[in-house]
Design a protein around this ligand. Structure first.
Ligand code: 13P
Ligand code: SF4
Length: 333
């Protein structure tokens, strides 16, 4: 039996969304569309979100595209269907707007691999370095940075730094190693990684390639070096989608989070898309990001209805974190 709005709101405050029961016949898509209009809200979604969320979003993209949209929007409310660091970046860019995240627990293993106190110590131990951080990190880490980058502009950002300047790169060591291999820059790497992208199995991938010898491997640069060495294309989620669309090959082994397959199937319906296999010891033996999948259509609806949970950033940290993000957006124009 569904609760009254008042009871629903009380449960939300005390326990969160999971305990709220909504009528089974409620048309969530229609309700979300009504709320979007009524509240002048924009829904931004990452490619790893569940299909129903991608389909209802105003914009689906990679981290760079999502930051650019967040920086440009005239909406009063930004509903961020992604993980916390993405919504936090939108808040840093839009301090006066409400930024909603359907589930506040939607974090990121890579962001978690870089605690601010340890990173601050590391930066202090290596003075005179330009500090570049991958956008998958907290506002506190961005506040300690000179430049932020994403997987789609990382090479350009690093190449914008004078050659004689030493660089610290954090938190992703796999992306860092890839950048070093492409630019020849000697960077000091933080030892962080994404558990989803580190779960791909090279042995199973090579076996799979024997079954599909004509398939091209496309991989996200958060993957480990041995996976990237097998790849015909390495790039951001948007870059991988674009490659699958524009390349003449008809079969692709896709080494990134499985959510991207939804958009890829829509854009290249006639091509064969094969998800890269994960190690057996990966909890679900697949390549799903448990954090991304915490957001559901129901939680999206509830967060728009009650305008919570919303993402907050301490103003001092926000101002410092804004500068490296703005520099990134400027370089990426
Ligand atoms: P993209 O910016 O390539 O979409 O990557 C985001 C991410 O979290 C990859 O795991
Ligand atoms: Fe973070 Fe990895 Fe999930 Fe991307 S896939 S959001 S890097 S945990």
């Amino acid at each position: 039996m569904p609760y009254s709005d008042e009871t629903e709101s009380k449960i939300l405050k005390e326990k969160g969304f999971l305990d709220v029961i909504i009528p089974s016949n409620l048309n969530l898509e229609q309700e979300i569309n009504n709320l979007r209009k009524e509240k002048n809200a924009v829904i931004l979604a990452h490619y790893y979100q569940e299909p129903a969320i991608q389909d209802i979003a105003d914009y689906v993209g990679d981290s760079l595209g999502l930051s650019q949209k967040a920086a440009d929007t005239s909406a009063d409310i930004i509903v961020f269907a992604g993980v916390h660091f993405m919504a936090e970046t939108a808040k840093i860019l839009n301090p006066t707007k409400k930024v909603l995240l359907p589930d506040l627990k939607a974090g990121c293993s890579l962001a978690d691999s870089c605690p601010p106190d340890l990173f601050e110590k590391f930066v202090k131990e290596h003075p005179n370095h330009v500090v570049v951080t991958y956008i998958n990190c907290s506002a506190e880490i961005k506040a300690l940075s000179d430049l932020v980058c994403t997987s789609s502009n990382a090479l350009k950002i690093i190449e914008s730094i004078p050659k004689d300047k030493p660089i610290i790169f954090a938190p992703d060591k796999n992306l860092g190693k890839y950048i070093i291999s492409q630019t020849g820059r000697d960077m000091l790497l933080w030892d962080g990684a994404c558990t989803v992208h580190e779960a791909f199995s090279i042995d199973k991938l090579l076996e799979l390639h024997k079954v599909y010898p004509n398939a091209k491997v496309i991989a996200h640069p958060e993957s480990e070096e041995h996976i990237l060495q097998t790849a015909n294309y390495i790039g951001s989620t948007a870059g991988m989608l674009n490659f699958a669309q524009t390349d003449t090959c008809q079969e692709f082994i896709v080494a990134t989070e499985a959510g991207i397959l939804h958009q890829m199937r829509k854009e290249v319906p006639t091509k064969k898309l094969i998800p890269a296999p994960a190690n057996e010891d990966n909890t679900c033996a697949c390549s799903e990001c448990g954090y991304m999948k915490l957001n559901t259509l129901k939680k999206l609806y509830l967060c728009m209805k009650y305008e919570r949970p919303d993402v907050e950033v301490d103003e001092k940290i926000r101002k410092r974190a804004l500068l490296p993000i703005q520099r990134m957006l400027e370089i990426s124009k």
